[in-house]
Design a protein around this ligand. Structure first.
Ligand code: UT7
Length: 331
């Protein structure tokens, strides 16, 4: 009996309408378009302006986009995983709210928090559930309202992050398409360099933590950059080696969109031309858990059944890895 694999059979996306340009950021902090573009590759990012709308709003929109495109009956969805660093609330899973709102009344679900690697790890989780034979339709959403944790007076972070959501449906495949292999890693050293200091059990919210602006995301950019370059490139190289793939076998690299220089370094290590690398950071900035599914949605019409795609991500924690997937449909 051939092994059941877990294939992506549909994707969807949502980004808010409001575009925060580099020009507008020039009026908020001491920066300029040229610095931002040359150091990061970002031109603009989308921001969910409405104060009463949270991460779930974008996750629901992305899921509905997928459901509509696929003609899917949401009652058939078995499970919803929301990868996010900005859940609606700390207690009460965003995924459960999303499932209810999209009509996935027969599903269970939970949030998966691994910073910028959330979607990558969630793909692995979905694949294992599908391969087990226990579930047939697993909806994985990556969604983040980064603007809710960004300090717009801190030029080292506010130029980077944006809001958005993407979704992918995983189903069993009998042709060997879908997830082939993964190389996932983590290193707790990372929590020194990229974090939100307060609001958790270590530093519960107090007047002092509010006064000290400890509820915003902070990172030591240079250090994170170095770890990101070496680990994302290394994971991608490992996944090629383990699967006896050469650069010619790879049709696409789908890398986390944190910085064009990190993306280029990963492509170089894989000896891949940039025309095989999915890039949309210029439009959205770093949307944390949403970068990978947004790439899939934006490149969907270029992807062909059987294409070899390597996903790679690096994020807070530190968390990182690479995943090798064979694309399962022509759109
Ligand atoms: O997705 C999760 C993981 N996160 C990442 O992967 C992010 C990794 N880090 C990065 O992408 C980069 O480190 C940044 C984009 C955050 C920063 O770029 P950098 O090339 O590492 O800059 P830097 O921090 O070394 O700063 C270089 C200079 C400094 O000035 P001096 O000390 O050389 O005079 C900064 O003060 O650039 C200055 N600077 C800025 N200038 C204009 C820092 N931020 C800005 C800014 N505009 N926004």
């Amino acid at each position: 009996m051939s092994k059941k694999t877990a294939a992506i059979t549909a994707v969807g996306k949502y980004v808010p309408d409001y575009a925060l340009t580099n020009k507008e950021l020039e009026s908020l902090v001491e920066t300029n378009d040229e610095w931002i573009f040359t150091r990061t590759g970002i031109r603009e990012r989308r921001i969910l302006k409405d104060a009463d709308k949270a991460t779930s709003y974008m996750a629901i929109k992305a899921a509905q986009n997928l459901i509509e495109k696929k003609g899917l009956d949401p009652k058939e969805i078995d499970m919803v995983i929301v990868g996010t660093a900005t859940p609606d609330m700390n207690v009460a899973a965003t995924a459960v709210h999303v499932a209810t709102e999209i009509g996935a009344v027969n599903a269970f679900g939970y949030d998966l928090q691994a910073a910028c690697s959330s979607f990558l790890y969630a793909m692995s989780t979905a694949a294992v559930y599908i391969e087990s034979g226990r579930y047939k339709k697993v909806l994985v959403i990556g969604a983040d309202k980064m603007s809710s944790i960004v300090d717009y007076t801190d030029r080292t972070t506010c130029i980077i992050f944006g809001d958005g959501a993407g979704a992918a449906l995983f189903e069993p495949n009998e042709e060997g398409l879908g997830v082939q292999d993964e190389y996932l890693r983590g290193d707790g050293v990372g929590r020194e360099f990229l974090r939100i200091e307060a609001g958790g059990s270590l530093n519960p919210t107090s007047q002092e933590t509010l006064d000290n602006k400890q509820h915003y995301i902070k990172q030591e950019g240079k250090t994170v950059f170095k770890y990101a370059v070496s680990n994302m490139a290394n994971a991608s190289e490992q996944i090629l080696k383990r699967n006896n793939l050469t650069n010619e076998d790879v049709d696409w690299l789908a890398p986390h969109q944190a910085n064009t220089r990190i993306i280029e370094a990963t492509a170089r290590r894989m000896s891949l031309d940039m025309d095989k690398v999915m890039v949309n950071i210029q439009n959205y900035g770093n949307t944390t858990s949403a970068t990978l599914p947004l790439l899939l949605a934006d490149y969907e019409d270029k992807l062909k059944k059987g294409d070899n795609i390597v996903f790679a991500a690096f994020g807070g924690g530190f968390t990182w890895g690479a995943l090798y997937l064979k694309w399962a449909y022509n759109s």
